[in-house]
Structures are given as structure tokens and as C-alpha cells.
Design a protein. Structure first.
Lengths: 269, 584
């Protein structure tokens, strides 16, 4: 497998729109050709080589291409946007919209990511080892059609609107989330191992959400159905006792989503 | 010489002038169609070779929501409608974005690329007239006008209750001038007023709250006033009960109300020399028929009720209608019919906006997606085409999508293909829900419209119905030099290859406005001057004075002062009054 190593060397005072950094785009190009690719920084276009040193040629196809970003790029946005295959490893933190609408392949972020990771993602794997901010796997503003496939794994915490409008695929958050986690979800799976604040799974009409920690303010539109132990969704396991709710009945659609909440951490419910 | 052009050897379709595909040259001088250009004029004139191409008058859309508060609410509600659909700026054209609710500039460009040159904004609430005109002024490439929403107006309902048709007529004529609008729009008469109390009306003889007038009173009253004043277009009716299963009956019964009222358009304009009579003879225009033609009694036994309406239209001559086709895909539903949109909100749970425009009207907006997999949507697709294909005389129908309610106007080429090609329809039946064929009669309809009929339903009849055929919708001598040249070879056309029809109508080879080429193959070449039409209706000074006393005394219910109510001329691009003589 061919590996292209990008080392950040440029001035990132203004954010850089790097949707061009995908295995699909690098495949079949030499290191020099990759350096010639134009990307936007604010209102101006510049060559990729002005921001990164490029080492190694792309593979013959996207599957064959691995891109390693050797450093922190918190001011670089849209890495891996629309990628369909191959692999991107970011050895530090990255900016907004990493893995936007990606359809296949794999992105690993060893540090943190800013908001919108895996927005409207269709397939593949996005693994963020640190923390992230808002809109993980979420629909774009105004849209109610979020992630439809693939998997997002966040080892740390996320903030608001995780999986907004998700209809397929899985999101697994190792840490805590804030508000509106799984808002308007209508399919797919969201697992939050830590705590959530409020409006969890609000307006859900389908899909499954699991909260392993405590929900600070529970949504009013849910009805408890049963208590279940040790949940398993294919390879994803959630140990312990869970209260099973359905909802959200607070909207005209009278949704049929499922919300599992840790029994131990939410005894007040 | 500006605005002087010769369009040579095209197949010309000009139904108002009884030209049906003959190879002809069209000459335009100083922006108007002329018989010929002299040799000296020809030397300076631009010449277009339209050999093997189809030449039609510029397209006229008689019902589209492109400007104003409602459209803007749609824009604000729908960032997701914008970020994937955009156009970069060019040296002469602005950037723009939005698929179902485009920004003002983009909307103008996209109409123009399809060969359309005149568009009517379908609903101008009086208090939003300034806003609507500000947007219309900024929509490039198109001549425009707007219909004033009057179907639930407090003053009119009061006058109609009192039976004071003269004061009501004085009020309408004053309102048209005050808000620089063109004709009467009547939306869910009596029902929108009830919506202010969370209610609706469900029958034509059901009196509404407080005013105690019925839909029938309002339809009859407005149609009478319309003809008494001699307004260029017939009353534009969005019938009651829209969007509810079984609503076709109330729609048909609404059409019966103005049957005895004789059309008397009375405009003081110079008429182009068309062979056909270019004046309208209908007293009611039913808009977006499809949405008013639902059959069945619930969503479970939902079916097309189009035939009930088209049978009536076929046997009566006082009705003209537009289709409100549903071409599948994204739409934004928006109408002055607030309760109808609330019902859609309850059905879909989509985001929803509702507005009350004080004493005058209201509106609702909601994003919507028509899916081929959905049984109801599939029937609606079939119904939209039925409304056009079942009407035997194309001069009684007009093609629209009620843009963006059924879908954006950019889908018109697709609809033309369905109308012209049975194969296109059959192929879509294969892809969509079987209810489309089970619950409508479209599957067995084999009619295929000719190019001449397409020219009628997309320009000639829209112009004649709106009373603009003295200058629009025809290429007769004296008409405006608005022309669309399509890359469609009328003699070699194969309707089974419907993709080529779509391509041909999508980007006109040339769109010509006032004798100037403004687009070529989808590229904007020039931004022409545009006109905004409104009805300037003469009325007796003392009836106006009496009426204004009432208006001023009731103005205490408004949040704005009486003097700030009118829309000044400066809000309009080239304000062009159409003189209407109530008394001749």
C-alpha cells in the first residue's frame, strides 16, 4: 500500500479548506502532482505544497492509498470529505468537517477534532481518539437527514447534537455528551458510554440509543417498557442493567424509537 | 441597433397567431416584432440561424412563488436547500443559491435559461407588497407582476356581507393601485379568516366566524367585482379544502359559482396583430388544480379526483386552470392557505412556519419531498399530468408546478417530456408506487401533446389568460420581442427519446428579451431592463372617497399608519401601469 506523508509547514492563521485531501484524489498522482493540488485558504487558492511537505506517491487506486498527516492541523477543515476508500491517519488534532459525507475507507484522528466530524456520513469508519465538539454524524443545518451508514467512534467526549437526524450506521461515544444527542433520529444506533445533559433522543421516530451514564434531564415524551440486561448490537456490547423506553411521543408522528438508559445511574426515573 | 434582431429559418410555434411549426423568419426592431427589416437595418441587426430549431414566444408563467415574505421565509428555513445547490458569479451575473427557494438573482437566471421571459408572483399579501416588490425588482431577466391576496380581506368581507359591491369594487381598484399589483388572488375564501381562530371552513355555504360570509359569497363577489372593473385577468382562485382527500367536489362546485358572470377585460393597450382573439373569455382561473382535485375520503382510499373537474372544464367555457404538477423530489410548500399547511405539518412533522399578516391574510411554509416510493405522492404525480392531458382544449389549461409547491420551476422540461411522450410516463410508472396507475387514469391515457400544444400551455395561454397577450405569448407583429429558441428539431423529433426533449427545453439555445440575446445555451449573456406590470383601474372619484372613509376608520386595527401603507413607485423596476377603464 502506498503512503503519502503530509507534514504541516504552512501558515494556518486563516483556516484552510482541504476537501482535496482524500485517497480518491491522491490516487495515481506523484508527490509532486499532489503538491500542485489547489486548496482554498479564505478567499485565495494556493498549492497544497505551500501548506504541507509531501512525501511519497499515491497508490494506483484509492484503496491502495494511505495518507498520513504528521502533525497537528486544527485549522485545516474537511479532510477526507466524500472519500470512498483508502485510509487517512491524522497524528494530531484536526479541524471542522473531518470525514464529511464520507462513503467508505477509514479515517483515524489521534488527537481531537472540531465540530461536524462525519457530517451526513454514508459509509466507512471515522475514529477520533480524543474529544470532539458538536454535530458528530449530524445532518447539515436545517436538514433532518443525518448519517445514513458507516461507523463513528469517539473515544473521548462530544458536545451537542450527536447524530442529529441519523437514519443508519453507528455512533459510539466513549465519554459524555451534552444536549440534543440523537435529536430526530429515525434509524441507526447511538451508544453513549458516559452521561448526557438533556433533550436526549428528542423527537426520535426510530433507531436505538443507549446511554450508559446519567441523563441529567430526561425527555418527557418517553414511556418505559421493560428492563433488559447486557445489550448486544452485533459487535457492540453494553454491559449492565438498562431501562428500555420508547418514544418520542411528544411529536405528531408518535415515534417508535428505542432509548435504553442505565438503571444504576438513573435510579430517579 | 439595440433590440434589433433577425431569427432565421426556425420552426416557429406561435399559437395565438396560428403559426404551427412553419419555417419562418422572425424580425424584431427596437424590441418589438415587425414584419421585416430593411436591407440597411439588416446590416446592423444581429442574425441568429435557427435552422433545425424550435422557435417560440418567450415563456410565461402565470403562477409561481418567487418573491415576497413567504418565499423569504422558505429561504430562511432551509439552509439545507442552499448549500448543495449554488452558482458562482460571473462578470455580469451574481452568485446565487437555493434549489426550491432560490435567491432572487438565481431565480431570474434559471427562468431565463429555460426561455421564460415573464413570470407572475402568485401571492402578494397587501402588507407585504413592499417586500414582494423589492424582491421582484431584484429578480433579473424577467418582466413581472403580482396577484394581490384579497380572498379573506376584512374590508371586502364586510362589504360583501353588506352587499355593497360598488364600495367593494372601489376598494379593489384602490388596493391594486396602492400596492402596484395586477389582479385578484382568492385563497381558501372565508377559511383563512377562520384560521385566525384555529378553524377552517369545509363547505361553500359555511359562514365564517365574525364576518359571517361564506366561500360562495366571496367567490361570487370577487368574480363580479373583477369583471365590473374590467381587470385584465380572471379572478385567480385557490379553492377551499385544498390538500384534503375528497376536495375535488368542492373545487368543481366552486367553479360553478361564476358560470353566469361574463368576462369583460377592459384594458387600454395596443394589441399585437394576432390571428386569434387574444382577449380572455373566462371568468375564473383555477390554480394548481392537482392540489384541489384529491379524491377518496381518507388517505387510505385516496385517489385522483381530476376527472370530475376536467369533465366540468371540458363542458364549460368560463374556466381556465393551471396544473400544479408534481415532478418528484424536493419542494417547499408555501401558500396563503395557513390551515392547509398546518394539516401538512401534522401529517409529516416537518419544520413548519406560519404567519398572520394582520387583518389581511396569512401564510404557511413547510419543506416537503415527493417520493416515487410514496403511494400518495405517486398519485399526485399522475394527477398533475391528468389535469393537462384530460382537458381536450389546450386553451383551457396552463402548465405549472405551483413552484415550489409541487416542485421547483426548473423541473418544467421534465413535465413537458411527460406531456409529449407516453413512453416517458410509462417509464415513470415502472419506477413509482403502483398507486399511480391503480388510483388514477393516467396509465391508459395515450395522448401526447404536440409542440404547438406545449407552446399553448407554457406561454400563449398563460399570456392570454393573464391579459398580457397584447404583447406577450405571441410573435405577432407589434408584440414584445421575447423569444425562446430551443435546440429541438421539430421535424425529426422522436418523443420516445424523451431525454432529448428534456435537454432541449432545459437550456434554450437562445433566450431573447426585447430583441436582445440574454442567454445562450444556459449561459447568461446580458441583463436586460425589466418591466413590472400593475393594473391602474379608473374609478369614480366619489365612490373612492366614500370607501376610503371606511378604510381610514378601520386602520386603527393595523400596526402601521395609513400613510405608510401604499407601495411607492420606487419599489418597482420600470413600473408599467396597465390602464383599466372601469367606466368607458
Amino acid at each position: 500500500m502506498a503512503e503519502v506523508i503530509l507534514k504541516p509547514i504552512g501558515n494556518f492563521d486563516l483556516t484552510v479548506e482541504a476537501e482535496a485531501i482524500t485517497p480518491d484524489n491522491f490516487a495515481g498522482k506523484t508527490a509532486v502532482e499532489i503538491g500542485e493540488i489547489l486548496i482554498w485558504q479564505a478567499p485565495a487558492q494556493a498549492k497544497l505544497s505551500e501548506f504541507f511537505s509531501v512525501e511519497g506517491n499515491g497508490g494506483s487506486s484509492a484503496e491502495d492509498t494511505t495518507i498520513t498527516i504528521d502533525g497537528d492541523v486544527p485549522r485545516v477543515k474537511r479532510i477526507g470529505q466524500e472519500m470512498t476508500a483508502g485510509k487517512i491517519i491524522i497524528k494530531g488534532s484536526t479541524g471542522m468537517h473531518v470525514g464529511n459525507t464520507m462513503a467508505g475507507g477509514e479515517i483515524i484522528v489521534e488527537g481531537n477534532a472540531e465540530s461536524w466530524p462525519g457530517m451526513e456520513m454514508k459509509g466507512g469508519l471515522l475514529h477520533i481518539k480524543g474529544d470532539t465538539l458538536d454535530h458528530v454524524g449530524c445532518a447539515y443545518r436545517g436538514s433532518w437527514h443525518g448519517m445514513t451508514g458507516g461507523r463513528i467512534v469517539i473515544d473521548g467526549n462530544a458536545k451537542n447534537q450527536v447524530g442529529g437526524g441519523i437514519s443508519g450506521g453507528e455512533i459510539i461515544i466513549g465519554g459524555n455528551v451534552d444536549n440534543f444527542c440523537g435529536i430526530r433520529m429515525n434509524g441507526g444506533l447511538i451508544v453513549v458510554k458516559g452521561n448526557a445533559v438533556r433533550t436526549t433522543a428528542a423527537e426520535m421516530t426510530g433507531g436505538v440509543m443507549v446511554v450508559g451514564g446519567r441523563i441529567e434531564k430526561f425527555s418527557p415524551g418517553f414511556e418505559m417498557e421493560a428492563v433488559e440486561c447486557d445489550l448486544k448490537f452485533d459487535d457492540i456490547e453494553c454491559a449492565g442493567e438498562f431501562m428500555k423506553f420508547t418514544g418520542d411521543y411528544a411529536i405528531p408522528q408518535k415515534g417508535k424509537g428505542t432509548l435504553y438508559v442505565s438503571y444504576e445511574n438513573n435510579e430517579c426515573l | 441597433m439595440a433590440g434589433t434582431i433577425a431569427i432565421k429559418n426556425g420552426y416557429v410555434y406561435d399559437p395565438l397567431n396560428e403559426v404551427d411549426g412553419e419555417v419562418m423568419d422572425i424580425f424584431i426592431k427596437n424590441g418589438k416584432v415587425v414584419t421585416e427589416l430593411s436591407a440597411a437595418e439588416m446590416k446592423d441587426a444581429k442574425e441568429i440561424d435557427a435552422k433545425g430549431k424550435t422557435v417560440m414566444p418567450g415563456g410565461v408563467d402565470s403562477h409561481s412563488h418567487v418573491a415576497g415574505a413567504k418565499v423569504n421565509t422558505g429561504r430562511m428555513m432551509r439552509p439545507e436547500d442552499h448549500y448543495k445547490y449554488y452558482q458562482k458569479k460571473t462578470p455580469i451575473a451574481h452568485s446565487g443559491c437555493g434549489y426550491t427557494v432560490p435567491s432572487v438573482y438565481l431565480g431570474g437566471y434559471e427562468y431565463s435559461k429555460m426561455g421564460y421571459t415573464t413570470v407572475f408572483e402568485a401571492a402578494v399579501p397587501p402588507m407585504e407588497a413592499r417586500h414582494t416588490h423589492e424582491e421582484m425588482r431584484s429578480i433579473p431577466m424577467l418582466d413581472m407582476a403580482g396577484y394581490l391576496v384579497l380572498g379573506n380581506n376584512w374590508f371586502l368581507m364586510r362589504y360583501l356581507k353588506e352587499g355593497d359591491i360598488d364600495k367593494a369594487a372601489a376598494y379593489v381598484s384602490w388596493m391594486m393601485k396602492t400596492h402596484k399589483t395586477y389582479g385578484i388572488k382568492c385563497v381558501n375564501p372565508a377559511g383563512v379568516e377562520n384560521w385566525g381562530w384555529g378553524e377552517n371552513v369545509s363547505a361553500l355555504d359555511e359562514a365564517n366566524i365574525h364576518f359571517e360570509v361564506t366561500p360562495e359569497d366571496i367567490i361570487k363577489g370577487l368574480a363580479e367585482i373583477n369583471e365590473q372593473l374590467g381587470i385584465p385577468m380572471p379572478m385567480h382562485l385557490h379553492a377551499n379544502n385544498l390538500g384534503h382527500p375528497g376536495c375535488w367536489e368542492i373545487t368543481r362546485d366552486s367553479l360553478k359559482i361564476p358560470k353566469s358572470i361574463k368576462a369583460k377585460p377592459n384594458t387600454d393597450v395596443e394589441w399585437a396583430e394576432t390571428k386569434m382573439k387574444a382577449q380572455r373569455h373566462q371568468s375564473v382561473y383555477l390554480t394548481h388544480c392537482q392540489f384541489n382535485a384529491f379524491g377518496g375520503t381518507s388517505w387510505r382510499d385516496f385517489e385522483s379526483g381530476v376527472k370530475g373537474i376536467t369533465d366540468y372544464v371540458n363542458s364549460n367555457d368560463h374556466v381556465v386552470m393551471d396544473s400544479g404538477c408534481v415532478p418528484f423530489g424536493d419542494a417547499t410548500v408555501m401558500t396563503g392557505d395557513g390551515p392547509a399547511i398546518h394539516d401538512l405539518y401534522q401529517l409529516t412533522g416537518n419544520k413548519w412556519s406560519n404567519t398572520d399578516v394582520e387583518c389581511e391574510c396569512g401564510s404557511g411554509v413547510l419543506p416537503f419531498t415527493y417520493l416515487k416510493s410514496n403511494p400518495i405522492h405517486s398519485v399526485q404525480w399522475a394527477m398533475g399530468l391528468e389535469t393537462l392531458l384530460y382537458v381536450k382544449d389546450a386553451w383551457k389549461s396552463i402548465m405549472t408546478t405551483d413552484s415550489p409547491n409541487g416542485g421547483p420551476f426548473t423541473k418544467y422540461p421534465q413535465i413537458i417530456a411527460w406531456l409529449m411522450s407516453n413512453k416517458a410516463r410509462q417509464d415513470t410508472f415502472e419506477e413509482c408506487h403502483k398507486w399511480a396507475s391503480d388510483r388514477s387514469g393516467l396509465a391508459s391515457e395515450t395522448r401526447e401533446m404536440s409542440l404547438s400544444e406545449i407552446a399553448i400551455v407554457t406561454r400563449a395561454n398563460a399570456a392570454r389568460t393573464t391579459g398580457l397577450a397584447h404583447s406577450k405569448g405571441t410573435l405577432a407583429v407589434g408584440a414584445d420581442g421575447d423569444v425562446a429558441v430551443y435546440d429541438i428539431d421539430a421535424k425529426k423529433i422522436d418523443v420516445n427519446d424523451y431525454e432529448s426533449i428534456i435537454r432541449g427545453f432545459q437550456n434554450a439555445s437562445y433566450t431573447i428579451k426585447g430583441g436582445e440575446v440574454i442567454t445562450q445555451d444556459g449561459e447568461i449573456l446580458a441583463i436586460p431592463e425589466k418591466n413590472t406590470f400593475y393594473s391602474d383601474i379608473a374609478i369614480k372619484a366619489d365612490s373612492e372617497k366614500e370607501m376610503l372613509k371606511d378604510v381610514k376608520s378601520w386602520f386603527k386595527y393595523y400596526t402601521i399608519g395609513f400613510n405608510n401603507y401604499p407601495t411607492p413607485d420606487k419599489y418597482l423596476a420600470n413600473p408599467t401601469p396597465i390602464k383599466v377603464n372601469a367606466e368607458r
